[in-house]
Every structure is written in structure tokens, then in C-alpha cells.
Design a protein around this ligand. Structure first.
Ligand code: MOS
Length: 746
């Protein structure tokens, strides 16, 4: 264990498989007798499906079956879900986080004849080829009664004057606001966004008697297995969900969507494997979104900059068939030292597909409003925005009233501001110029709660000298395979080249969702416990009668660099197992959060500093520089960890400047493709300079890691908007920032 692997920049152990096309993504699997499903989407957003005309589609080449409301089996209803609009009257799927069976949308497919959003599935055509299925799907005719759709949040008259359900409150926010000398009341909006992960959602299902196997592009194979067990009324042991490689998900693949259920039913009906790959257009309608949100912030301070009151009231869209709460204000009560804070949240039902978690769910949106508001407060006070934040730093979590497990936000501010050169900033709006361009400098804080769940893992020390680690979590592209291997290598002294990692299969010991930035902190302690258990097994085998270390005490043996030793004799585990004529020594163990959860508040912090350039002559805005410092405890693999933050910064630029899922007046998404849904591309890329501090958080787990996937997006769009204000004097509170916003007279 001399050669430390954890904490070192390690290239992905699955990199070669991915580069050579050998990594098996869901849609890559072609099974014996493979049939292909293609969903038929509704073309209206609201109304009733009166009937389907299937004759022409049935006669199309290669069609095997058409699955629809008329022949769909009755699935398991549940009554344990909160009512939401008309869904209260529907048979719904069970869907809970606690039982690890949460689904993306509780309405079971084809369960009623209501049409609740554009693209809702009304049938699935199964054919002998993908092309035949798609061609036939276009021949299905639907008859509707069309009702007027409830449009998106920003098309409603409701301006959000009314407060929502009070979620959190401390002190006297209203009274403190009234009596404070400096205050404002502003509204901020975030457009609906779609995840647009590179890999399309896909399912490939087959039945062997009453056993179901389904390949799925999933961020949670165990969740999907549990959900399917409930829906089909069969034991979880009879279901296998496989997701070996995933082309990301950003949250859209956390919870199973209806296409998976329909595909599994179709496979049963036709007695063959059925593969359904959603089109990019269907990915926009049926697999979640970051819901549009509107936020009102009322903020007040004393003249010296001490915050007196923050009220953060938000609304987010949800569908009529599930109640998705985007916890927009969830970070606000913990963000700053302020005695009087309240946060509320309200849902608005619209005829859109059900939203879901999208990278930094809630706080990515909430931080836009809060961190722009902080900039506005700094302007009101004539203070530097970083100084205002320093003034309101909180050395404990004022929401939970607990000490931080570790908070290095001040070091993040110091490091990032120094590297950015913030002290060179002239605060006067529009004062910093370079040729045609006006330069704007802005900053914002980043923050994300550190979560941890329970997990099992298995480790096999094998006679061939290799170690296999197995866990029913998955790697969505973030580097989980690699950090699991690093952990096993660190604890055994065996090089990475002799460590094999198995993930993405629900039959493996149950692991967590790849979500909430919690996989690292959840999985690694279980892997470590399983490694120790396997080494203990090895020792027991080694001291048995006739074994090489017969007669020794197990705890007198040491395990170093893959070998057991009693101080005189040393034998590698491979040699030892061969001598014993055994294939392996194995261990399996669990790890879960403990009472540290009651003693500390676990949250990560960071800071973004952004430079924008505005060329008024050609109305061009671009981000030219991003400097960020983030503290996430210890980075297990600084290479992939930084990569996560850089990717999240790009996504934050998308939120701030480009991304917006757009609906026409009939409730149809019209930019449902990569050409029209604008994300940042290479030409938009600034220099991105990320540093991770290294302050292991051993209060959280033995590896000191708090997770990294989401924090980088928080605050990012706000930092851009703040920089835009500094350049142009235009205070943009609606994301994404548009060129017309910048041209409008303020
Ligand atoms: Mo993340 S939105 O939990 O995939």
C-alpha cells in the first residue's frame, strides 16, 4: 500500500473500450430473434384519444404487433402516491425514493384515454427491423378530441404574487425586510431545459418464462428493477436490469420512463426480445426536463452589507400526470449568515411531459436567482460583490444549526479571485474595454449538498492474481469504474491493470443511483469494506490445517502489495490460492451513513469568476474566461473530477446563454433536435481554469470525498449574468440571456 492511487490523476480504465467501440451501450445489443419497437406519439398536447386506426400500419412490411390501450395488460396500481391533478384518478406506478423504486412518471402507459402532453405514447409498433417499425408507426392514425392545452409557466397570467407552501422559515423575514434600510423585490425566470444526453434513451427487453431481462440506459439499475417488480407484480430477483455503459443522463435516466414498461410488455406479447430506441424528438417529450421556474427574491440588508432578510419563493412547472418538485430554494437557507430567511415552493400543472432532476436539480436554478440577487445587493450598497459575500459568510449551517463537516469557501474565494485577477476590476459599469469589446467581470458562489446512501459490494481475490470488484451501481460517463478500481488498488497494493470492475447490472450487490453527486461517497466505503472482508477470508484460508500459514493467528498476518506475510514468509494471494487449490477468496460487505449525519451539515462550496465580452457593434456576447475553485473534500481522481466541473461549467453556460426548450401555441416542442436546441459548442468555449482544493472530509467517509457531479453548474449562469451587468449595465434576470435582452433599452 505504499503506492498511493487514490488522489492521483488516473485515466479511465474503460477508455480503451470506449475508443475502440467495444463498450456495449444499450442500443448496441442485438439479441437472438430481435424485434424493434417504435413509439407512436400523440400529436396533441391536451385532449382525449377517441380511437386509433391501425389497419394500414398492421399491413405495413415487417409489422409483428402494435401495442396500445386496447390490448395493453392491466398493471399493478398503487395508492401510495400524492394526488396530482387528474393523476389522482389514475392507476399509478409506485414511486418512492425510500423504497428505491421511483419512476419518472407515475401514470402507467395507456392507463387512460386522456392526452396530457404532446408526445405521450399512444401505441408502440413492433416490427422485424427498426426501419419497418418506424415506417409503420407513421401510418397509425389517431382520432382525438382536442382541448385547449394549459401552456407553460410563462404563458400563464399567474405572476407568482401568491406565496407557495412554506417549506423553511426562520426568524421574521417579513418584519426584518420592512425595517431594513436597503431592500429589493425582484423576479427571475429560468427557461425549461432538456437534458439532451448524447446517448438516446433505449430499452431492450426479453422474457424467459417469468424472468425479465432488460437492457436500459439507466442511472439506476436497482431502482428500475424495483420499479418493474412492483409494476409487473413479480419478485425483484426475477428481473435483471443491465446498463454497462451509459452516454450520460444528467438526471434524465435516474428514474424509469414509460417506454421501458411498454417495451417489456411488448416483448412478452410477441415472445421475442424487443428493442426500443427513442428518437431525439421523443427524448424531448418523454424523458424529463428541467422545468421552467419563476422565482421571487425579496432581500434586505443593513448599509454595512449585513444581510437582514431573504425570502425566496419559487414556482416550477410540472405535468398533469406527476408532481415533480424542483427544490429551487433548497440551498438558500444554508447559503449565508442571515437571521431571517424563508423559502417556499409551488407547482404549476401544464400540458408538458413530466419534468425530472437535471444536473444540480433545484439549486442550479435557485442559485441563479440568489447569486444574481447578491450582485444586485452589492450594487445597491456600493460594495464589491465578493466583499458582500465575505461579510455574510456563515461558519456553520444556519438552516440545520449544525457545524459544517468542512467549509473552505473562503479559500475558494481567495484562490479563484487571485488567479482571475479580481483586484484589477474597475467596478464602474462598461469601464473595462479591449478594442471593440466591452469586458465584464462577474462572480458567484457554487454549492451542492453532499449526500450519501447505502451500498453493498463484492470483491474477489482470484487465483489468477486478479481482483474483481462488483457493485450494482453504474458509470454514466463520470469515471465510476476507474475510482472503484483505484480504491481496490489502494487498499490491496495490486496495480490497476489487474483489477476488473463490474457495474451496471442489478443482479450485483445493490448499489446507488448515479445521481445527486452521491455515488462516490456511497460506493467507495462499501468497496473498501468488501476488500477488507476478502482479505480476512484469505487469511482464514491461509491459516487452515495444511495451508501455507497453518498455525498462525490471522491478525498476525499482514497483507501488503497483494501478498500475505507473517514477517518471514511472503506469498502473493494468487500463489496462495493456487497452493490451496482454490479459485478465489471473496468478500461482500455493506456501508451506510452513520450518526455523523446528526453531527454535521455536509455541503460543498466553490466560486466561479467569469469574464464576458460584449461587442456592441455586432451585438456579440461571449464568455472569454472562467476561473473556478471548488472544494469537494478529496478528489479521488483529480483528472475525472476536474472534468466533471468543466463539463458542468459548460452546462452552466448553456443555462445562462443558450438552452431553452420551446413550445408553440398548440403545446408542441418545435426545437426538439440538436440543430435547434442550442447548447454551447467548441466555438463558444472560453478558457476554463478549474482548481480543486484538497481538504479531505473525513467526517463524511473514510476517503474524505463529497462528490463532484453537480456543484460546477450551480452559480455559473448567475456569474455570467453578473458579468453581463458589469459590461453593459443590463440586469438580466431571465435565463437564458438573449441578444434582444441586451439590445433592449433598459
Ligand atoms: Mo443528477 S440530476 O442527480 O443525475
Amino acid at each position: 500500500m505504499t503506492d498511493t492511487v487514490i488522489g492521483h490523476r488516473t485515466t479511465r480504465i474503460d477508455g480503451e473500450l470506449k475508443l475502440t467501440g467495444k463498450a456495449d451501450y444499450t442500443a448496441d445489443h442485438n439479441l437472438t430473434g430481435q424485434a424493434y419497437g417504435y413509439p407512436v406519439p400523440s400529436t396533441i398536447a391536451c385532449g382525449t384519444l377517441l380511437g386509433l386506426d391501425l389497419d394500414e400500419a398492421r399491413q405495413a412490411p415487417g409489422v409483428i404487433e402494435i401495442v396500445h390501450r386496447g390490448n395493453f395488460p392491466s398493471l399493478q396500481p398503487s395508492d401510495n402516491n400524492p394526488a396530482c391533478g387528474p393523476s389522482a384518478r389514475l392507476y399509478r406506478s409506485p414511486s418512492t425514493m425510500a423504497e428505491q423504486n421511483k419512476v419518472g412518471e407515475v401514470r402507467l402507459p395507456f392507463e387512460d384515454d386522456g392526452i396530457h402532453y404532446e408526445g405521450q405514447y399512444i401505441a408502440l409498433v413492433v416490427a422485424d427491423t427498426f426501419e419497418h417499425a418506424r415506417a409503420a408507426a407513421r401510418l397509425v392514425k389517431a382520432h382525438y378530441e382536442v382541448n385547449e392545452a394549459v401552456p407553460g409557466l410563462f404563458s400563464t397570467d399567474d405572476e407568482g404574487e401568491e406565496d407557495g407552501d412554506e417549506a423553511v422559515s426562520r426568524g421574521d423575514p417579513a418584519g426584518a425586510y420592512e425595517s431594513a434600510p436597503v431592500k429589493f423585490d425582484h423576479t427571475y425566470t429560468i427557461a425549461m431545459e432538456t437534458h439532451v444526453a448524447m446517448e438516446l434513451h433505449a430499452s431492450n427487453a426479453y422474457w424467459d418464462g417469468d424472468r425479465l431481462t432488460i437492457y436500459e440506459s439507466s442511472q439506476g439499475v436497482v431502482f428500475q428493477r424495483n420499479a418493474m417488480a412492483q409494476i409487473f407484480g413479480i419478485p425483484p430477483e426475477k428481473i435483471t436490469v443491465i446498463a454497462h455503459y451509459i452516454g450520460s443522463g444528467f438526471g434524465s435516466k435516474l428514474f424509469m420512463w414509460p417506454h421501458a414498461v411498454i417495451t417489456a410488455v411488448a416483448a412478452k406479447m410477441v415472445g421475442r426480445p424487443v428493442k426500443t430506441v427513442l428518437s431525439r424528438q421523443q427524448n424531448f417529450c418523454n424523458a424529463g426536463s428541467r422545468p421552467a421556474s419563476r422565482q421571487r427574491i425579496r432581500m434586505a440588508a443593513d448599509r454595512d452589507g449585513k444581510l437582514r432578510s431573504i425570502r425566496h419563493d419559487s414556482q416550477n412547472e410540472t405535468s398533469f400526470v406527476d408532481a415533480y418538485v424542483d427544490s429551487v430554494g433548497s440551498g438558500t437557507p444554508s447559503a449565508y449568515a442571515c437571521d431571517n430567511v424563508s423559502v417556499s415552493q409551488r407547482l404549476v400543472e401544464v400540458n408538458h411531459g413530466t419534468p425530472t432532476a437535471m444536473r444540480g436539480p433545484g439549486e442550479a436554478s435557485g442559485s441563479v436567482a440568489l447569486e444574481i440577487a447578491m450582485d444586485e445587493m452589492a450594487i445597491e450598497l456600493g460594495m464589491d460583490p465578493l466583499e458582500l459575500r465575505r461579510k455574510n459568510f456563515t461558519d456553520h449551517d444556519p438552516s440545520a444549526n449544525l457545524p459544517w463537516s468542512g467549509n473552505h469557501l473562503r479559500e475558494c474565494w481567495d484562490d479563484a479571485s487571485r488567479r482571475f485577477g479580481w483586484d484589477q476590476r474597475n467596478p464602474e459599469v462598461g469601464s473595462m474595454r479591449d478594442g471593440h469589446e466591452i469586458i465584464g467581470w462577474g462572480m458567484a458562489d457554487a454549492t451542492w449538498e453532499a449526500m450519501r446512501s447505502h451500498c453493498r459490494a463484492r470483491v474477489e481475490l482470484r487465483a489468477d492474481g486478479k481482483i474483481q470488484v462488483a457493485c450494482g451501481t453504474q458509470d454514466i460517463g463520470t469515471g465510476t469504474y476507474t475510482i472503484v478500481a483505484q480504491t481496490a488498488s489502494e487498499l490491496t497494493g495490486v496495480p490497476l491493470s489487474r483489477i476488473e470492475v463490474k457495474l451496471g447490472d442489478s443482479t450485483l450487490p445493490a448499489g446507488p443511483l448515479s445521481g445527486g453527486s452521491m455515488a462516490t461517497a456511497t460506493v467507495l466505503p462499501a468497496v473498501a469494506a468488501a476488500v477488507r472482508d476478502a482479505i480476512d477470508q484469505l487469511k482464514q484460508l491461509a491459516i487452515a490445517d495444511g495451508a501455507p500459514f497453518e498455525g498462525k493467528q490471522a491478525d498476525a498476518l499482514t497483507f501488503t502489495d497483494g501478498a500475505l506475510s507473517d514477517g518471514q514468509k511472503t506469498q502473493s494471494f494468487g500463489e496462495l490460492l493456487n497452493a490451496l487449490q482454490r479459485g478465489m477468496a471473496d468478500g461482500e460487505a455493506s456501508a451506510a451513513p452513520g450518526d455523523e449525519q446528526d453531527k454535521f451539515s455536509f455541503r460543498s462550496f466553490g466560486a466561479h469568476f467569469v469574464e464576458v465580452r460584449w461587442d456592441p457593434g455586432i451585438s456579440r456576447l461571449h464568455v472569454s474566461r472562467v476561473v473556478s475553485t471548488i472544494d469537494i473534500g478529496r478528489a479521488i481522481n483529480p483528472l475525472t473530477a476536474k472534468n466533471q466541473v468543466e463539463g458542468a461549467i459548460v452546462m452552466g453556460m448553456g443555462m445562462g446563454m443558450f438552452e431553452q426548450t420551446e413550445y408553440d401555441d398548440n403545446g408542441n416542442i418545435y426545437n426538439n433536435n440538436y440543430a435547434d436546441y442550442i447548447v454551447p459548442v467548441h466555438a463558444d468555449m472560453p478558457e476554463i481554469d478549474v482548481e480543486l482544493l484538497d481538504n479531505p472530509d473525513f467526517n463524511f467517509n473514510e476517503f474524505g470525498a463529497r462528490g463532484i457531479g453537480e456543484i460546477g453548474i450551480t452559480g455559473m449562469a448567475a456569474a455570467i449574468s453578473n458579468a453581463v451587468y458589469h459590461a453593459t449595465g443590463k440586469r438580466i434576470r431571465d435565463m437564458p440571456i438573449s441578444i434582444p435582452d441586451l439590445l433592449a433599452s433598459s
